[in-house]
Design a protein around this ligand. Structure first.
Ligand SMILES: Nc1nc2c(ncn2[C@@H]2O[C@H](COP(=O)(O)OP(=O)(O)OP(=O)(O)O)[C@@H](O)[C@H]2O)c(=O)[nH]1
Ligand SMILES: [Mg+2]
Length: 287
């Protein structure tokens, strides 16, 4: 048997890791546009374009899935929303500025949405996937929790702003509460907070604290379930139902429908773009 030196082993591991990164990146790019997704066979199409509908197949008929249909845009609306996420000379999509305190945050009149959640849940990756049609926008992601240390603002032309927050929980910035609470409570143009929860493990104790805060301050929010590519569909379906039940029983300010996403495969990304454009007031739905 051929004996590999340590250096050679490390070289192979690095090469495999690099290939993994490239594959993930190219997958995201491949399905970034809804026009490409429309070319897929039905099963694959549903998994990417409409992950909630796909999960419905794994849920007993006695369970109420009416929430799955609340925001259900048609193809035309999804295509129209996508245009807002494609940069041009007249419509610049880019990182704008970072802030560590509310008084450092830029004064902007455009509607704003922000992405909140535990460290490592996939906030920055989600923003990167939403911007996959604008590959020059630099959104830093990392496998190490606590990577995003500041409130990062990204401008989508003159239409709206998307805001990447530092994560709470493990390795959160020490001054997380001082940084994020004033932003959430004082930001006049904040239209919706996307609360990201790991779709595989569901709501964690740290998420409950965030939910209590959003409820207490009356901040409108919506659940996004991340990393759905990591769990079997039946497990995901169970988690979705549990979270929808939780929303029904325990929340006032939460949108009743959840948005499952995979930032690797761009699953759920096209519908989410449409939802963001809609709540930011850029897109009036045709149906
Ligand atoms: N399989 C899979 N991995 C994901 C997905 N989204 C994010 N990840 C991975 O999860 C890790 C954390 O992603 P980030 O986007 O940096 O997480 P974050 O919430 O911004 O983390 P902080 O900035 O530390 O708060 C990275 O290794 C990502 O590649 C997904 O949809 N599927
Ligand atoms: Mg981050």
């Amino acid at each position: 048997m051929v004996q590999l030196t340590k250096a050679r082993k490390l070289q192979i591991i690095n090469c495999l890791l690099r290939r993994n990164v490239v594959n993930r990146g190219s997958l995201q790019t491949k399905y970034a546009s809804f026009l490409e997704v429309l070319k897929l066979q039905e099963k694959q199409y549903t998994g990417i374009a409409s992950p909630l509908q796909e999960l419905a197949k794994y849920i007993a008929p006695s369970v109420d899935t009416s929430c799955f249909q609340i925001f259900n845009p048609n193809h035309e609306d999804i295509k129209r929303a996508e245009v807002f996420f494609i940069p041009s000379r007249q419509h610049i999509i880019d990182y704008f500025i970072s802030a560590v305190r509310m008084d450092h945050a830029p004064q902007l009149s455009q509607p704003e949405v922000c992405f909140l959640g535990r460290s490592n849940v996939g906030k920055s990756s989600l923003i990167k996937a939403l911007f996959a049609l604008a590959p020059d926008v630099e959104v830093k992601v990392s496998k190490h929790p606590g990577h995003t240390k500041k409130i990062n603002f990204f401008k989508v032309g003159k239409l709206f702003t998307m805001v990447d927050m530092p994560g709470y929980g493990y390795r959160a910035p020490e001054d997380f509460a001082e940084m994020v609470e004033p932003y959430l409570t004082q930001r006049q143009n904040l239209k919706r907070t996307f609360l990201l929860v790991d779709g595989v493990i569901g709501i964690q104790p740290a998420d409950r604290i965030a939910i209590e805060m959003l409820e207490e301050f009356g901040i409108p929010y919506v659940f996004v379930l991340t990393k759905i590519d990591r769990a079997p569909k039946a497990v995901m379906a169970k988690n979705v139902i549990q979270i929808q039940d939780f929303i029904k029983k325990n929340t006032q300010g939460c949108f009743p429908q959840v948005f499952p996403v995979s930032s690797v495969y761009c699953s759920g990304i096209h519908v989410l773009r449409c939802f963001i454009a809609h709540i930011a007031g850029s897109l009036h739905l045709s149906s």
